[in-house]
Ligand binder design. Sequence first.
Ligand code: 7F7
Length: 435
Amino acid sequence: MSLRERDARVIANIARLRFSPLGLVGGAGNRLIEEGGRQLLDLSASFGPAILGHGHPAITAAVSAACANMAGASLAAHPNEDAVALAEDLLRLTPGGGERRVWFGHSGSDANDCVMRVLQAATGRSRFISFIGSWHGGMSGPISISGHTALTHTLPRAGLLLLPYPDPYRPTFSADEVLKQLDYHFATTCPPSQVAGIFIEPLLDDGGLIVPPAGFLQAVQQRCRRHGIQIIVDEVKVGLARSGRMHCFEHEGLEPDVVVFGKGLGGGLPLSAILGPQHIMDHAPAFAIQTTAGNPVACAAGRAVLQTIADEGLIERARRIGAIFSDGLRALRARHPMIGDVRGRGLAVGVDLVADRQSREPVPVAMTAKVVYRAYQLGAVFFYVGLRGNVLEFTPPLTLTEAEAEEGLAIVDQAMTDVTRGLVSDAAVAPFIMW
Ligand code: 7F7
């Protein structure tokens, strides 16, 4: 029985996304190794976390050493060198003033959950603001403040104010209109004095790789700050060098009160972090404990990731390889009418597929799924996002080489040609339409 068949028999279908028949037995560099031994180019990094690819020597060495001499398993129980040093690193690398503190968790989800709890406790306010299209996690708290169409199975939190995220390509609402909505809500049904915080993705990734219009997020920040609303920037997916800056919020001139890290921080190991003002973060002992959070093995991986970003110049590299990749995708527009827009920052790149360039109507999701599926057959792995399921998502390891970027472009090109020619049937792709 194949790995894929065994997977379907035992893994619950509440946490599976399968965009192709890919089943993995290993990984090396920026390649994934599937059952049978074929190597595929990884243009997703498993939705972002494999920031240094697979089996990077720095992570392997750090994790092996931490495992072999394990300083306990719990930061809750006692400090360990790797956790404390990682917190020091994050504080050093993240702009902001005053006394700040760091909390560690296992995932972006638990980190956002903790932020919600601690902000309510510390401010005495219970409402939040977030954006349509946002994805803040798969636990009760963060699901309830997410605005993604794939998460509508769970009701939003009472009192949540969901604002549109202005999309320059499909401007249903302009930045000014959204700001007007915010002002109106503040003046009517959402008194700002009730709002603890606003959750911001500085680049709306799962919502369709949408780069906000210049100045919009700053204007939101200004309005919220006036009312003592905490600014929480969710850097889980696009933070830590991926955008071509250390922090994606730096592109937007944001000055967050609270920054949330996850995914790439652990380089593939479960690790998240929150960084925020001491008066909020030091709420009460045992307020947000998870026994193995901050364990030395995951934190050693985190330190190795931050060190490697510096050692290998990955910020600059994300910018450079990202430009090559995005420019290459833009060049493909000449041959593929389905490419409506290519956008993103650094190595977070989206390709918006349209049925018609004039109207910008999204392709049916089956079309996007076919491109992803065909690319898998041709040897590259990436997925799709967007509220209409029409945006190809590229978040490769930041170690992607120029040659690999070119190889990826050639596969995307061929996949689109093959799909346009009808090489992938509706039946073939039906099991791989996820949202
Ligand atoms: O690591 P975890 O899934 O708990 O992180 C939650 C999260 C928090 N913040 C942002 C901006 C995120 O994008 C996510 C998770 N994103 C999803 C999770 C898996 C499936 C779809 N693709 C994502 O990237």
